[in-house]
Write a protein of this length. Structure first.
Length: 367
């Protein structure tokens, strides 16, 4: 579980949850540079990598399986025949339907040539229409004696064997499961070059997330994070083992990848807001005295108290709106530790809280 980065805000500014102490005159001062960068407000969560497309394929006609042409692990192309059923009866039905259509057409021609009444012609035309529909259905059923792949990918399940009886229904394909509620055997194919991440986000954060937001996806198999996009944000919460409500968020990984693997764990960083060209300094450089906020700016090697106007706080850095420029050097004060005296204690504010501010969160972790 990721841990929230928490800072205290006072008015328009922020304050690290540490307080400066008197500097040790014998120690060399620690300095930092005011920099201009892109700052992001993010929500992090973990999830599981899954194929972006999956097809669970079933025969759409009744019959007996005559041939299964693939096995688990085989690579297939779209349109490739995976299995067949005995089409003897289906072919006979198609032949009979074609003969019936020929007879209906011949009857219509004869009645037309004989000058039959409008009523007789209408009846003959209706028989032709019915026979045409019957032949089309029979030919479709004959063609469906072959089960074909609707996507290119890898066969991951084969629940069909020669001699099995198939049930009526239709071939199903979906972006994730492809299940259509049918019964009977099936063959499952998954795309192996496009992926998504099925993540869970804490209830406190889900309202900040919407479809289309930029995401960075990290796994142990990736040398650097892969780009992605939020595609769906679930509306129904589930409770995890700790009793925390979480919501499903689906992230589409951009482009084709050969360095992701279905079933692996991924960390997603969702960018909910981003600001460019933000001037910041380390938050610990910011100090307050009698209601005035300032930093110790280095001028010709000497620390000069310089009042600043603060903006937002981004994790360990605070925005400086006025008082400094890019490249200015600031001196960092020493830090006091919290109760217990050692470095392992909790840091503290004077009086036990931040200077007059509420607690705000910049980056929040999810499960």
């Amino acid at each position: 579980m990721a841990v929230a980065v928490v800072v205290a805000a006072a008015g328009a500014g922020g304050w690290l949850w540490l307080r400066p102490s008197a500097a040790d005159p014998a120690a060399d001062p620690v300095t930092a540079t005011a920099t201009v960068d892109t700052q992001r407000d993010t929500v992090s969560a973990t999830g599981t990598v899954a194929p972006a497309r999956r097809a669970d394929l079933r025969f759409a006609v009744d019959g007996e399986v005559a041939e299964v042409r693939v096995a688990e692990g085989d690579t297939v192309t779209a349109g490739q025949v995976l299995a067949t059923v005995d089409d003897e009866l289906l072919a006979a039905d198609a032949t009979a339907a074609a003969a019936e259509l020929d007879a209906a057409r011949a009857q219509l021609d004869d009645q037309t040539a004989a000058g039959a009444s409008d009523t007789q012609l209408a009846a003959a035309q209706a028989e032709v229409a019915a026979a045409t529909s019957k032949r089309a259905a029979a030919e479709k059923a004959r063609d469906q004696a072959e089960l074909t792949a609707t996507i290119a990918g890898t066969v991951v399940e084969v629940e069909l064997a020669v001699g099995d009886q198939t049930g009526s229904g239709s071939t199903g394909e979906g972006e994730q499961t492809g299940q259509t509620g049918q019964t009977g055997g099936y063959i499952t194919v998954v795309a192996t070059n496009r992926y998504l991440v099925e993540a869970r986000v804490a209830g406190a954060d889900v309202e900040r997330i919407s479809a289309g937001m930029t995401v960075e996806v990290a796994t142990t198999d990736l040398d650097e994070p892969a780009p992605g996009t939020v595609t769906t944000v679930g509306l129904v919460a589930e409770t995890d083992e700790a009793g925390t409500a979480t919501f499903p968020v689906t992230v589409d990984v951009t482009g084709e990848r050969d360095d992701l693997y279905a079933g692996s764990t991924a960390t997603v960083t969702i960018v909910v807001a981003q600001r460019d060209d933000v001037l910041t300094v380390p938050t610990q450089a910011v100090r307050e005295d009698d209601g005035n906020t300032y930093v110790d700016k280095l001028v010709d090697g000497a620390a000069v108290r310089t009042e600043v106007t603060l903006g937002a706080t981004y994790g360990p850095r605070t925005e400086i709106r006025t008082g400094l420029a890019e490249g200015d050097q600031v001196q960092l004060p020493a830090m006091t530790s919290g109760p217990g005296g050692g470095g392992g204690g909790l840091p503290r504010f004077p009086g036990g809280a931040g200077p007059g501010g509420a607690i705000t969160e910049f980056q929040v972790g999810g499960r």
